[in-house]
Design a binder for this molecule. Structure first.
Ligand code: PMT
Length: 399
């Protein structure tokens, strides 16, 4: 959704990771972006322009002069797009940018560019560690360019260490931020996600069907819009969202302890976690053996986290979720009042296309003021955007 209709310039310089830029181009096009590729001469040694032309449906620009070169392209290309991504960015390209050199089409485009630039370095580990390369990286950052850290691992040259091009997924996340309105800049957003695990013995536990997808989507959406985000997550199978601080917890009590520490400094709390209301009264040290025909376990109530945090509330916006199988709005309103929330996101969890574990959700937003906004079935990413729209309006601009 974030890339739909966006115009991007992908600069490809000469490193073995250039082949991964083809996948990046493809993924961006699938996501709805128009992608114009500019290649250095060495970049074209690794992957042919034809590959990018076929993937993007646009001609590839490669030189200032000669056949195919368009007059003024070196000026206009970097000004007509929403953002520029350099992947891979070699030590040579980074050095030229730092020194202000424009001796080919890509470096000249970058000198004349007026749009945000994302630099995705990829090179041999020794090169990456060179003082001069690090100084150059520092210069680019000081000028306001976004520079990703290369990933650590096995390199094409046989070395192990930092220097791998960041995964395409992560590049897309970093790029998504550059093309998104930064209306949550300066805000500290706390998000919870996933289920809790309430242990019964060393192998058994009480939990629920939450996958964490809704909460992780909220964390990504808030980060893209400029917020500093801490995601407190129960156990999930999801990858850590790029740029977000992830704190993993297991039980409701652990989640409460973490939130007690984090909540006072937050501007908002978005409580999408499905917290277990009960836990076993005691934790058996050894695995409980099969024995009697019937077994009974005593459960005790977990703290209601949202209620517990009320005493720490100053001017934070607090958003709860209501997981309901019937009377959505009435139950949502009741919980909003009972837990003293600013917004409750009521979702029906008894259907196959909404609620737990799926990529879509159908929610109704109910505000403290009594406004009710039913939304259609949307992806969880889109639901997260709608909640961020509400939040951005509510939060005063940070000083
Ligand atoms: O993770 P997914 O698979 O993507 O699924 C998303 C979701 C269905 C889990 C999510 O959209 C959702 O509805 N989360 C809230 C689930 C829930 O616990 O609802 P509830 O109606 O029982 O609780 C109401 C609110 O109180 C929630 O914000 C909950 O986090 C909070 N709560 C609940 C129990 C408790 N002991 N302390 C709490 O603070």
């Amino acid at each position: 959704m974030v890339f739909k209709g966006k115009r991007l310039l992908l600069g490809v310089s000469g490193g073995i990771a250039a082949y991964k830029a083809a996948e990046l181009a493809r993924r961006l096009v699938v996501a709805g972006a128009g992608v114009k590729v500019v290649m250095t001469r060495s970049g074209q040694e690794f992957v042919t322009p034809l590959t990018f032309q076929a993937l993007t449906g646009q001609s590839v620009a490669g030189s200032l002069f000669g056949p195919g070169a368009q007059p003024l392209e070196h000026v206009t290309l970097g000004q007509e797009v929403d953002a520029i991504v350099l992947a891979p960015a070699t030590a040579n390209l980074i050095g030229k940018m730092a020194a202000g050199i424009g001796d080919d089409l890509l470096t000249t485009v970058l000198l004349a560019a007026s749009r945000p630039v994302l630099v995705c370095p990829a090179m041999n580990s020794q090169m990456w560690r060179q003082v001069v390369v690090q100084e150059n990286i520092g210069r680019l950052k000081a000028r306001g360019l976004t520079v990703m850290e290369p990933e650590v691992g096995a390199l094409a040259c046989g070395d192990e260490g930092p220097g791998r091009l960041p995964e395409v997924e992560r590049i897309m996340e970093a790029l998504a931020k550059l093309v998104t309105c930064q209306d949550l800049t300066g805000q500290r957003i706390l998000v919870t996600a996933g289920p809790t695990h309430e242990d019964l013995d060393p192998v058994r536990l009480i939990t629920n069907r939450s996958s964490g997808k809704m909460g992780y989507a909220l964390a990504r959406a808030a980060w893209r819009r400029g917020a500093e985000v801490c995601l407190v997550s129960g156990p999930t199978a999801l990858a850590a969202p790029y740029g977000v601080e992830l704190v993993m917890v297991r039980s409701a009590q652990e989640m409460l302890a973490t939130l007690r520490q984090r909540f006072p400094a937050a501007s908002a709390l978005l409580m999408a976690a499905a917290v277990s209301d009960y836990r076993p009264e005691s934790l058996a040290v050894q695995k409980i053996k099969r024995g009697a025909e019937a077994q009974q376990f005593q459960l005790v109530q977990n703290p209601d986290i949202l209620k517990e945090l009320r005493s720490l509330k100053t001017n934070q916006m607090v958003v709860g979720f209501a997981a309901e199988t019937q009377d959505l709005v009435a139950a949502g309103r009741r919980k909003l009042k009972d837990k003293d929330l600013d917004l409750i996101v009521a979702n029906e969890v008894g259907r196959p296309d909404a609620g737990f574990a799926v990529d879509t959700n159908e929610v109704t937003l109910i505000t403290r003021e009594g406004d009710i906004l039913p939304l259609p079935l949307l992806s969880k990413e889109e639901v997260a955007q709608k909640i961020m729209d509400w939040l951005a309006q509510k939060l005063a601009p940070a000083k």
